[in-house]
Design a binder for this molecule. Structure first.
Ligand code: HEM
Ligand code: HEM
Ligand SMILES: [Fe+2]
Length: 465
């Protein structure tokens, strides 16, 4: 760590991990409700648990992106953040707003919450992922604007690298597309049409730039490969992401009442979306194979390579699986979608945030380059447990999805939704078990921060040994 203000990231990372644990607990509650319908009813109904699970996911990933940015930008720009105090202040505002919102989801019926927060003045609530009360959304805008100003001015002041500029482009895009969360037309077709401008253009557009920039930074740091080489890859990845991902939004416009040409545009462009993800895999392995040095932080390199592989599998392969209109006609809104959603979010965005935490936390905690080998071994165990568990969650959901599509939509004698759900319950039980393994992996991850030694001198000796 070269600049004092990089330390701001630490708070953000700690909050991110804490909320991640919350997200998984609610995932497990829902997983159980799938097979034991009245579990925790009426205290925590499924729809509330779902909202908490997905909202915590998005919020902790945002904490993770912000932390990663505060760490990365000063080092790339070779100058301290212009206003570290603002970053810290915004952290507490964001955390308080996030906690209050989740508490409100759990304590107040949603309709009452909408009334209390005067949703009727500017109705934005009630849509998947964008359930936050309008005042929370406004709070997010304030936090993000302060964040962008801080980061933007730091970049302007300092050295301008491709990594920083791609990251900034991604972050500005994130802010701009969030604005569509405020547009909530009465017409349901229009509503859905614009809703995807936030949801799809985030994960298959601007967030991919953030992913590419953070991955590039970690690879530069851990492999010592020439920046120029990595930058060339980054340019092509950014270009391919935007070329395929923007019009690829059409893969959500097949059956919502939009013109039929979207079935062509959506199919053709989204079928090419795996390309930038595949390029990330190839380039990550290329860089690590051609590395100029052995970085002592093996866990961080493992997370970086894991991200590249799992993002390609979850987004690229499992995305492609159901993206062509004739296939999506049958699979739309089934467990196939959930299988893909889980692996893609985990592989791309969960893992890149954990990779950045893995790389930067030891440095922020004064452990020179890496945690002790003992701590890294625990961390690598957590990597494999979480990643393999997620592979199984995905496979079980895919199995459930294939049966669901067949029994409910494809066979000559289609069955009712709930009849089919009963028939595929075994898959849901297995998903729950895999989810428990995931939780164990996550607990180990948290434990790894307390294993080994806090004494940098001892840590260096451990690494040398
Ligand atoms: C990291 C990137 C990605 C993430 C995080 C992600 C996540 C998701 C999520 C959560 C959904 C469900 C949305 C909902 O209806 O609530 C979804 C839907 C979908 N995704 Fe992705 N996705 C990614 C990349 C891709 C790619 C690259 C493709 C195509 C190759 C793709 C194809 C689809 C399709 C076709 C649907 C609609 C499924 C349906 O009709 O039910 N996704 N994605
Ligand atoms: C890092 C890990 C996880 C991520 C990134 C994640 C992400 C998501 C996302 C994006 C959705 C919305 C999916 C959609 O609309 O298709 C979702 C829903 C859900 N998740 Fe997770 N999740 C994770 C872990 C878990 C775990 C461990 C469990 C339980 C074992 C779980 C259970 C569920 C359930 C039951 C739903 C609701 C699906 C439905 O509405 O039918 N999740 N999760
Ligand atoms: Fe999409």
């Amino acid at each position: 760590m070269k600049y004092e203000s990089q330390k701001t990231a630490k708070l953000y990372f700690i909050a991110a991990i804490g909320l991640f644990v919350g997200q998984i607990l609610f995932g497990l509650i829902m997983g159980l409700q799938y097979v034991m319908g009245d579990f925790l009813f009426p205290e925590i109904p499924f729809n509330v648990a779902r909202m908490v699970h997905t909202n915590l996911l998005i919020v902790w990933l945002l904490f993770g992106f912000m932390g990663a940015t505060y760490y990365l930008v000063p080092e790339e720009a070779e100058t301290d953040l212009v206003a570290p105090w603002l970053a810290t202040l915004m952290f507490w505002i964001f955390l308080a707003a996030g906690a209050a919102t989740v508490a409100a989801y759990l304590l107040v019926p949603y309709a009452t919450l909408a009334e209390l927060t005067m949703n009727d003045l500017l109705p934005t609530m009630g849509r998947e992922f964008l359930e936050q009360p309008t005042i929370t959304k406004l709070g997010i805008v304030v936090v993000v604007l302060a964040f962008l100003a801080n980061v933007g001015l730091t970049i302007l002041k300092g050295r301008k690298t491709v990594v920083n500029l791609v990251l900034l482009l991604g972050l500005v895009g994130l802010a701009v597309f969030f604005l569509f969360a405020f547009y909530n037309p009465i017409n349901l077709v229009m509503d859905k049409f614009w809703w995807w401008w936030t949801v799809h253009l985030w994960v298959e557009g601007v967030w991919e730039l953030i992913l590419g920039a953070i991955l590039a930074f970690i690879l530069i740091k851990t492999t010592g490969v020439d920046r120029e080489v990595i930058e060339k890859w980054l340019y092509i990845i950014v270009a391919m992401t935007l070329i395929t991902g923007i019009i690829g939004t059409g893969h959500h416009y097949y059956w919502i009442g939009t013109p039929e040409y979207w079935q062509w545009w959506g199919s053709i462009f989204s079928a090419m979306e795996p390309i930038p993800f595949f390029m990330m895999t190839v380039y990550a392995f290329n860089m690590v194979n051609n590395r100029r040095r052995e970085h002592p932080n093996k866990a961080a390199v493992l997370w970086a390579l894991g991200t590249a592989v799992m993002a390609f599998l979850g987004a690229g392969v499992w995305g492609f699986l159901h993206t062509l209109a004739p296939v999506n006609f049958y699979t739309h809104g089934t467990q196939i979608t959930a299988a893909h959603g889980h692996m893609a979010f985990y592989g791309a965005y969960v893992m890149i945030v954990l990779a950045m935490i893995s790389y930067s936390m030891p440095l922020m905690r004064g452990r020179t380059a890496a945690n002790s080998p003992r701590s890294q071994i625990v961390e690598m165990w957590s990597f494999w447990l979480m990643t393999v568990a997620m592979v199984f969650i995905t496979l079980f959901l895919t199995g459930a999805g294939i049966l669901q599509v067949y029994l409910q939509r494809f066979s000559d004698a289609p069955m009712d939704f709930m009849v089919v759900q009963d028939k595929i319950a075994l898959f849901y039980w297995m998903r729950e078990i895999a989810g428990l393994v995931f939780l164990i992996g996550l607990i180990l991850y948290c434990v790894s921060f307390f294993v080994g030694t806090d004494d940098p001198e001892v840590a260096i000796k451990e690494i040398e040994a």
